[in-house]
Design a protein around this ligand. Structure first.
Ligand code: G1P
Length: 310
């Protein structure tokens, strides 16, 4: 449902400069976005999601230690040649897919000054158009559309659009949290009246958490450049969006997401994402599911026998 002549976002920004400390030591030398989920690095799922939503111009915000990201979306001539000579067409296609997804650009965030600062690094590339932001370690299940409804909502309402998801109250302090009010006749869309980044226990206005998808109005750059360091001493995107809810001119709406989302920077969520995607995998899915079903009923699967915990 598109009811206005507002321009649709064409570009996607993918902040991927974080240190990945929750996943050490795996992320000591490898960017967390490159950790494989079955047979693709996490960030490839995010790029594929953007491209499926029509966002083929992508800007990745990287930092030190992130060269592997650039290599992944670039050509690898020697590998392609070797696979071609062997006639290994399947693997050749898989390798080529990562470099044909869209137009992937890179800019480095010189200092780790927070998500808001990372988004600000995209200003020259984005210009004066609405744009999407996809956090590099948040995976949204392919079967549960989120970005398209957000792009539609941005065209209907203008302003900024954030993705919201209900979480158990005891987890809300891990997220940006939104105060909302209903919007008439617009399904899962709500008006955001206030935002707090990682609220202290008891101070959350709701249990609606911001998850890693945004469609932003370019006026956010001006707000970000005036945003003072907030939680954790970092420039927070949530704080700039909170200012936007107050300023009255460019507001914020939320799209409530009810599907599956995985934070691949979190070990438990990463394992869940891996399992769900593995059982659906075209080549290994059936066998893996069969094995899993058998194994789960064994003493080791039941946790009553087996090797010591790591
Ligand atoms: C960031 C945002 C936070 C949001 C979260 C979603 O936090 O600052 O508002 O809820 O992503 O994943 P981070 O997880 O980078 O600390």
């Amino acid at each position: 449902m598109i009811t206005s002549g507002r321009p649709r976002a064409q570009k996607a920004v993918i902040p991927a400069a974080g240190l990945g400390t929750r996943f050490l030591p795996a992320t000591k030398a490898i960017p967390k976005e490159m950790l494989p989920v079955v047979d693709k690095p996490a960030i490839q799922y995010v790029v594929e999601e953007a491209v499926r939503a029509g966002l083929t111009n992508l800007l990745t915000i990287t930092g030190r230690n992130k060269v592997a990201l650039e290599n992944h979306f670039d050509r690898h001539w020697e590998l392609e040649q070797a696979l071609e000579q062997k006639g290994d067409v399947n693997r050749l296609r898989r390798v080529q897919k990562s470099q044909m997804l869209g137009e992937v650009h890179f800019v480095r965030q010189g200092e780790p000054r927070g998500l808001g600062h990372a988004v600000l690094c995209a200003q020259a590339h984005v210009g004066q158009e609405p744009f999407a932001v996809l956090l590099g370690d948040d995976l949204i299940d392919e079967g549960d559309p989120l970005l398209e409804p957000m792009l539609d909502a941005q065209q209907r309402h203008g302003g900024n659009v954030i993705a919201l998801m209900e979480v158990p109250p005891e987890q809300i302090h891990l997220y940006g949290c939104a105060a909302v009010e209903p919007v008439d006749n617009d399904g899962d869309v709500v008006r955001v009246t206030g935002l707090v980044e990682k609220p202290a226990p008891g101070e959350a206005p709701s249990n609606l958490a911001i998850i890693g998808r945004y469609v932003l109005d370019p006026s956010i750059f001006d707000l970000l450049s005036r945003t003072q360091p907030g939680r954790g001493g970092e420039i927070q995107l949530t704080d700039a969006l909170a200012e936007s809810t107050r300023s009255g001119e460019v507001g914020v709406v939320g799209v409530i997401f009810k599907g599956h989302r995985y934070d691949t920077g979190d070990r438990l969520d990463y394992l869940k994402a891996m399992t769900r995607l593995a059982v659906r995998h075209r080549e290994v899915g059936d066998e893996f599911r069969e094995w899993l079903l058998e194994w789960v009923n064994t003493p080791e699967g039941q946790g009553t026998e087996g090797s010591a915990p790591h």
